[in-house]
Design a protein around this ligand. Sequence first.
Ligand code: AMP
Length: 562
Amino acid sequence: MHALMQDRQLLISTLIDHAALNHGEVEIVSRTCEGPTLRTNYQTLRQRSVKMAKALLRLGVRHGDRVGSLAWNTHRHMELYFAVPGMGAVLNTVNPRLYQEQIEYVINHAEAKVLFFDLTFADLIRALRPALTFTGTLVVMTDRAHKPAGLDDCLCYEDLIEAETDEFEWPLFEETQASSLCYTSGTTGNPKGVLYSHRSTLLHSFNTCSMDGLQLSCRDCVLLIVPLFHVNAWGLPYASAMCGAKVVLPGPWLDGPSLLPLLQQERCTFSIGVPTVWLGLLQFIEEHPQLLTGELALERVVIGGSAAPRALIERLHRLLGATSIQAWGMSETSPMGTIGNLLPKHLALSLDEQIDVRAKAGRPVYGVEVQVVDDLGRTLPRDGKSAGHLKVRGPWVASGYYKGDGGQVMDAGGWLQTGDVASIDEDGYLQITDRSKDVIKSGGEWISSIDLENAAIGHPAVQEAAVIGLPHSRWQERPLLVVVVKPGVDVQACDLLAFLSTQVAKWWLPDDVVFVDQLPHTATGKLQKARLREQFKDFVFTSERPQAAPQRSDVNATTNHG
Ligand code: AMP
């Protein structure tokens, strides 16, 4: 029997219509590539999105066509978030931090009809053009006064807007139609396209606004640090429109000196970013404590994209007075998979004990199912210890990649292999141990590089730490700890190993410690383990060298399994 409920489709256009009507005056504050900070609101954002949708129609964009963007977090990019899917096309946000060949690959693969780019990427566009198969329209996201010389065949964003009126009815179509195309970071092989739908995006947004999700509401002011060019900025533009939250967009500037004034002046209550960005901001604040005048309004900080070290959660609480919510997810999961809120039984715990819970990657939110299996596919117990391959399924989880890349990705049960190694505890909290390819296989046992990194970062001298597994004649692989030390601090390898020995099992202790000036990061700010392994491929552990002589930078720690 069919129900008698209205068959209204979950379309992205309904989000911006709702925000304009019910939260029309709520501000969108944007730093711009031209320099000044611009203040607009949901009502104007809708008007301009509608005009852009009409301009795209005029340029020949039709339902299902791809429209590319190579842009930072600005009001114009946020307008495209509504204009493009709203008129039935698919927004392909290209990550400008990828290698140039990968950017070329993504643009060619997505076959966009129109490609928008920020002023800052004018040179990149010039460099890319010879290799692009793109024959559509290029639009530089600025006004005529700021249009760079030598881009005569490119249109201007503001000209397109000015030429249109805001009378327009968004088209109606099925909610299962594609809305956005975001590519994975492609640490191995070419990036693969994840194709979100209007339905998956709206379901994901409901979740973000729920109390046990990210608790986003119209009382929030969001400092949107996660880039609009990666995983739809974790769906925050859409969730913010759903609940009418104020949004602050930092433009191209994601460093401490740029972010702190935005937090202070806009009274941001909520922010979201990868650990590297938070580490940068906290370091800046620690170096300039005099700038932290008055109380911040910041209540919640969402950390995801990489494991959040316990020490980072503590520092965010101590310095910014903010509660950290760790989330786990990936491009393929839109990305919210698990979210680290507390259970009733945790409320009576001390702050320290609560931080222990918050240092885990969170529990599944309704809609996402997770499972951990062994090499033979058998489900492992939820005991917080048994680590295995993490699988996931749900209505905002990918069923395949764009153009069939990567072949069949779901198993018979509809599960997607995440490539992560994880355990799940009795309360359902996920603990990410590693990416499958990063876990260190030592003497038949697994050592978590993430746990070691999180422990190392707890040492007051350590700015950043990475652990990789390198070949070892006896144990197959052993951990190497690579450390960036805070400026002006002196620390020896033996100090770090002594510190780590109080945190992890003896046989987990890295065999050597190497100090470096900086660590390689991926386009989305994650440690780039593949490059690090390449960098240290000829490294021989001190214990493996013919005549081992102790040096400052590498100290042999005796390892003994069990
Ligand atoms: P991406 O698709 O680029 O967003 O990367 C997704 C990957 O980031 C996941 O598969 C995890 O390996 C990693 N990741 C995301 N969130 C977390 C987290 N909270 N803890 C550990 N790893 C994470």
